[in-house]
Design a protein around this ligand. Structure first.
Ligand SMILES: Cc1ncc(COP(=O)(O)O)c(C=O)c1O
Length: 325
């Protein structure tokens, strides 16, 4: 059964390439590694939120909204891509960012400003309180706000990754690839939920493993399962069941969200130097560190094929300049 898809604004650069990671595979030994380049989705330096925003902006425009509001960490890739999508359509954009304004606006924060977003800091207040305030202000100025949740992770955003799975399946067939595992960095869960629903809808036979970036495994698994079910229902996929298909690994949380340790640094350096591909310090560096560790512990056999789905985030590298080398 095929999903009934909502409207889409097709601004992403798709399909993103699948490339062989020959030198990294050789260096690590074991399975054959590939990468899907969603760091190259094209929207103001790309990343996974671009696919979600194709559907979220289509919904905002259909509702005649003229101002996007969203929230995230100071180095949020989701906020940067939302600001870019807003600029692309001539919409206003307000970003509610966690904590206090830093002394140095670099990485994604620099780009948020360049893209014309208005920034609000929560300090120690709960995010929803500041979002409500900003929403009222936007309304009082005569605008119609559209609120996008953290990470764009609702059923509309996750649809972007249901469709991404269809794109990937065509590539797998054309390239004669048969992946045993897809590995992704998982946080607010929308990417993984979309892929899981897409895997069922388009008959992907392998497994999908989310490396948790910030949540305990049970918390993330429950969230991804709930969003998968809701997304399947939103897309009219009857009889969708999640059984054991949501797999999450929380062994690589390190010192916590956004804290880059030795494992992330090693992963970023290895992939840069062996493949000429940049990962990010918060999400893909952590997920790749997890994949490397799993390979070193013999989790995968020699003949297996693994797809690392690169979800972007590279602008944050500049905010970690002092810790990377
Ligand atoms: C670069 C990058 N990778 C992965 C993720 C995780 O995606 P999701 O929030 O859909 O789980 C994010 C989320 O912000 C991200 O910015």
């Amino acid at each position: 059964m095929k999903p009934k898809l909502p409207n889409r604004e097709p601004f992403a650069h798709l399909p993103t390439r699948i490339e062989r990671l020959s030198r990294l595979s050789q260096h690590l030994g074991g399975p054959k590694l590939f990468i899907k380049r969603d760091d190259q989705t094209g929207l103001a330096l790309g990343g996974n939120k671009t696919r979600k925003l194709e559907y979220l902006t289509a919904d905002a425009l259909a509702q005649k909204c003229d101002h996007l509001i969203t929230t995230g960490a100071p180095q949020s890739n989701h906020c940067r891509q939302t600001a870019a999508a807003a600029a692309h359509f001539g919409l206003g954009c307000s970003l509610v960012l966690r904590g206090e304004a830093p002394a140095n606006f670099t990485g994604n924060l620099l780009l948020d400003q360049l893209l014309g977003a208005r920034l609000y800091w929560t300090g120690d207040r709960p995010e929803f309180e500041v979002i409500n305030e900003v929403t009222s202000q936007v309304r009082n100025m005569g605008h119609k706000p559209y609120i996008i949740p953290l990470g764009g992770s609702n059923v509309i955003g996750a649809t972007g990754y249901v469709v991404a799975m269809e794109e990937a399946m065509v590539q797998f067939n054309n390239m004669d690839l048969n992946f045993d595992f897809i590995i992704i960095a998982s946080s607010s869960g929308g990417t993984q939920a979309g892929l899981v629903v897409g895997a069922k809808a388009y008959s992907y036979q392998g497994r999908i493993l989310g490396i948790s970036v910030d949540h305990k495994g049970e918390v993330l698994k429950t969230r991804v399962e709930a969003l998968s079910l809701a997304t399947a229902s939103y897309l009219g996929l009857e009889g969708f069941s999640i059984e054991d298909i949501v797999e999450v690994n929380d062994d690589y949380l390190g010192e916590g969200y956004g804290i880059m340790g030795d494992a992330e640094r090693e992963a970023i350096q290895l992939v840069s130097r062996l493949e000429g591909i940049l990962l990010d310090p918060v999400y893909t560096g952590r997920a790749m560190a997890g994949l490397i560790d799993l390979i070193r512990h013999g989790k995968f056999s020699e003949g297996q094929q693994i797809l690392f789905w690169h979800t972007g985030g590279t602008p944050a590298l500049f905010a970690y300049a002092d810790e990377l080398i």
